[in-house]
Design a protein around this ligand. Structure first.
Ligand SMILES: Nc1ncnc2c1ncn2[C@@H]1O[C@H](COP(=O)(O)OP(=O)(O)OP(=O)(O)O)[C@@H](O)[C@H]1O
Length: 280
């Protein structure tokens, strides 16, 4: 049975507002504008992909959402609260692994709550449930080096989810995986997101990945990155790999390719409001 986005439990937290955000990097004569006047919102529980060519500032935007970078102009808020720095409320998963090699899976996952001073019983409960959710059952006692790349990424995701973040930030998390594992991990992510519909901002330069995962795709131009398209996807959930051969999928892929080639060209899709719904 296909379920629609509206059937997934509604989230009430995790709304992101990116209001006229520009970010400059570098200093003095080396300073340059990485992203310019980004203006969009992400609804609570929505999964968006930010897509754009290499160097267009996708990671810069994610770094600012994570609280690692300050914006030069404009404002970033989550649930109307300005971001004041990094927080477990906004968990980030990178392409590179950040696991402690000397800790077992279970202890890697439980590390964040331990640092936050959560009690042992609470930690144990979370550390038992989250690995199951991401498909790590049976691997809790393994060390990272005993796991495949895909399994290590599951641990990375578990480590973030255990903090029950309002927002999940993902910076090309599957970029280093082989094509088959990557496809599997996309399905794993959608399965997790359906069970815990956390607001997710997923950065990628892979058009098919964005089309497969997202409720909406924000397309950015080359540097300085600007939003050149905001596309709400019509595909039902759950999504299966056959989706990539459907005519609407192929049509949207062609549309995005065209937008990336001609960023100032005219979009044939309906114009969207900042929340990604068709404008009046
Ligand atoms: N700390 C930094 N100092 C100077 N320039 C930087 C710094 N970090 C990134 N850049 C430059 O800023 C621009 C935006 O980088 P960013 O990593 O955000 O792009 P991206 O879209 O994520 O690229 P990719 O898809 O290749 O990861 C790039 O031109 C990059 O070379």
């Amino acid at each position: 049975m296909n379920i629609r986005v509206t059937d997934i439990p509604a989230q009430t937290v995790g709304r992101i507002d990116v209001a006229h955000v520009s970010i400059s990097l570098g200093e003095g004569a080396d300073a340059f504008e990485a992203v310019r006047d980004l203006n969009f919102a992400v609804a609570a529980g929505e999964l968006i992909c930010v897509l754009g060519p290499s160097g267009c500032g996708k990671s810069t935007l994610l770094g600012a959402l994570a609280g690692h970078l300050e914006v030069t102009q404009g404002q970033l808020t989550v649930d109307d609260q300005p971001l004041l720095g990094p927080s477990p409320d906004r968990g980030i998963v990178f392409q590179q692994h950040t696991l402690f090699p000397w800790k077992r899976v279970r202890d890697n996952v439980a590390f964040g709550p331990k640092m936050r001073g959560l009690g042992k019983a609470e930690r144990r409960m979370a550390a038992d449930q989250i690995p199951k959710l991401v498909g790590l059952e049976g691997f809790e006692k393994f060390y990272p080096s005993q796991l495949s790349g895909g399994m290590q990424q599951r641990v990375e995701i578990a480590r973030v989810l255990i903090n029950q973040p309002r927002v999940l930030l993902m910076d090309e998390p599957f970029g280093a995986l082989d094509a088959q594992t990557r496809s599997l991990m996309q399905e794993v992510l959608l399965d997790i997101w359906t069970k815990i519909p956390t607001t997710t901002v997923f950065v990628t330069h892979d058009i098919e990945e964005a089309l497969f995962l997202a409720d909406r795709i924000i397309v950015m131009s080359a540097r300085p990155g600007r939003v050149i398209d905001d596309i709400r996807l019509p595909f039902a959930r759950p999504r299966h790999t056959e989706l990539v051969t459907e005519s609407e999928f192929v049509r949207l892929k062609r549309h995005i390719l065209d937008r990336l080639r001609r960023p100032d060209g005219f979009s044939l899709l309906p114009r969207l409001s900042p929340l990604g719904v068709p404008a009046e």
